[in-house]
Design a protein around this ligand. Structure first.
Ligand code: W29
Ligand code: MN
Ligand code: MN
Length: 255
């Protein structure tokens, strides 16, 4: 749906709050902390400090307030007191908050201590995929333009694009139309219009694109158990391009 200026203002607030949670949790991500503890810290911050609601909790039955996806986990990792982070791990923390009825959805990769060069490279290229996708956003552009540049950057670096999960429209609902695929052909699909708001959240695998869901019914892992990375921003289509609603205060847009 095309958001009104009043709705856009509320989405700016929700987006900023989601970004603030990621900035808050970063320093806590050190060897020895559990993902269950990260969930507790974020939950308390969202509820008490932000007087907001964590959207994942009880969404389709998800049991926690954030998603924490470590190493070969592609997405929807369930925080656990038994999952202790160790040096060399890469972890995606995915935050969605609801404030005044509107959603802000963002995620980032964090390094636990020093990580291997190949892990660092995957995280960096994946962030570049997200930014390249965002750089295509303007009125009149096509959803296929976003998918094509993400796929091109990933595959030219010998990585693969997960296809089973995608970005999405967002507003009063966590997930709205359109689906935003992270692969595709330029100049195809829906045309973007000023006032549209959606996420771009590419999941890029070091190995093959195939994935599977574990017996917990949530955790999505790479079939070949190689590493996966993901970054996510909530984006607004503006008259002259794009506004990233979940930009962090220390984050520079590289285009
Ligand atoms: C945990 C929330 C959830 C449950 C089913 S899909 C999903 C989810 C998680 C992160 C997201 O960015 C998203 O758009 C959806
Ligand atoms: Mn998310
Ligand atoms: Mn999302």
């Amino acid at each position: 749906t095309i958001k009104t200026s009043e709705e856009i203002e509320k989405m700016r607030i929700a987006g900023k709050l989601a970004a603030d949670v990621l900035e808050m949790i970063g320093p806590h991500i050190v060897p020895g902390i559990s993902t269950g503890e990260l969930d507790k810290i974020c939950h308390e911050y969202i509820i008490q400090e932000q007087q907001a609601i964590p959207a994942p909790l009880n969404y389709k039955g998800f049991p926690k307030s954030i998603c924490t996806s470590v190493n070969q986990v592609i997405c929807h990792g369930i925080p656990s007191d038994d999952k202790i982070l160790k040096k060399g791990d890469i972890v995606n923390v995915d935050i969605t908050v609801i404030k005044d009825g509107y959603h802000g959805d963002t995620s980032a990769m964090f390094y636990v201590g020093e990580v291997a060069a190949h892990a660092d490279r995957l995280c960096k290229i994946t962030q570049e995929c997200m930014y390249k996708g965002i750089s295509q956003v303007r009125p009149g552009a096509y959803l296929g333009d976003i998918g094509a540049v993400i796929q091109q950057h990933a595959e030219s670096n010998y990585y693969s694009v997960v296809r089973e999960y995608c970005g999405h429209g967002i507003g009063k609902q966590f997930h709205e139309d359109p689906q935003v695929l992270h692969y595709g052909r330029a100049q195809t699909g829906l045309q973007l219009e000023e006032g549209m708001i959606f996420t771009i959240e590419p999941m890029i695998n070091a190995g093959k694109r195939d994935c599977k869901v574990l017996n917990d019914g949530w955790t999505v892992v790479t079939k070949d158990r190689k590493l996966s990375a993901q970054w996510e921003h909530t984006c607004l289509v503006t008259a002259n391009g794009v506004e990233i609603l979940t930009l962090r205060s220390d984050e520079k847009v590289p285009f």
